[in-house]
Design a protein around this ligand. Sequence first.
Ligand SMILES: NC(=O)c1ccc[n+]([C@@H]2O[C@H](COP(=O)([O-])OP(=O)(O)OC[C@H]3O[C@@H](n4cnc5c(N)ncnc54)[C@H](OP(=O)(O)O)[C@@H]3O)[C@@H](O)[C@H]2O)c1
Length: 270
Amino acid sequence: MARFDNHRILITGAGAGIGALMAEEFAAQGAEVIVTARRISAAREVADRIKAAGGKAHPYVLDVSKIASIAKFRDKLHQEVGPITTLINNAGVVFGGEFETVELEQHLNTFRVNSEGLMATTHAFLEDLIQSSEAFLVNIASASAFIGLPYGSTYAASKWAVVGFSESLRLELAVRKIKHVHVTSVCPSYISTGMFDGVKTPLFSPMLTPKKVVKSIMRGMQKKDAFVIEPPMAKSVELMKAILPQGIWDEVARRTGVSTSMYSWKGKKK
Ligand SMILES: NC(=O)c1ccc[n+]([C@@H]2O[C@H](COP(=O)([O-])OP(=O)(O)OC[C@H]3O[C@@H](n4cnc5c(N)ncnc54)[C@H](OP(=O)(O)O)[C@@H]3O)[C@@H](O)[C@H]2O)c1
């Protein structure tokens, strides 16, 4: 397992799900973790667990949909803790259902959190990463960044935006000869965190465990991979889309259950 000593890692949406698990796992591997969440109680709970296990953690409130608050939060963090070396943009929301029956505000909020919030957080902290001797930018996208997701169209669109953004920034840093900031896009299929409760997982794509996904993310960072894709089968989607005639690809997506997986989505009970 990779060590992350000397890394100060900021994770968004770290009060639950894979964000919370990443915070604990990175702390166990020597990192100092900035645990951010919309509610301070959720951030504190995770930070307290880390500290009880002997790790280093600082809980903070960060709602990435409040775009104007992000740069202010960066300044506060710099004063109270210092600059970061790694940013993990993990916060995300989803609202499933037939497109026109889901409230417009929920579609727009999906973009605000998953895409705009992620880009704004990166904008606020990229200079920290550039100033570090080694840094990671990890953007949590989704396997739905490669494939249409009926009943989850704005979620998929927001994740396509994340991959387009990550890839472009990764290439931009390379041409600017900034070789020590490693950018990784994470594209998992369904994970058993509750976010997608109710979905019917497609053929060849069983529900992933948070542990497996977090392990893959850490391994991908260690290898400085541009993409972490889980399950590995999802890697073939782009190739299949490129070689199959449209009608056949649509039929594959329907028959494997990809096109209908979100139909029964319920999500987390609030
Ligand atoms: N679960 C899956 O099947 C799956 C698959 C592929 C990709 N992903 C992605 O993985 C990431 C983590 O999801 P998860 O599965 O761990 O689900 P999760 O447990 O619901 O985690 C999402 C986290 O994002 C936080 N969040 C929501 N809106 C926020 C905002 N405005 N500002 C800051 N934080 C906010 C949530 O906080 P609250 O608890 O306060 O709502 C929660 O802590 C997301 O980006 C998701 O899209 C998940």
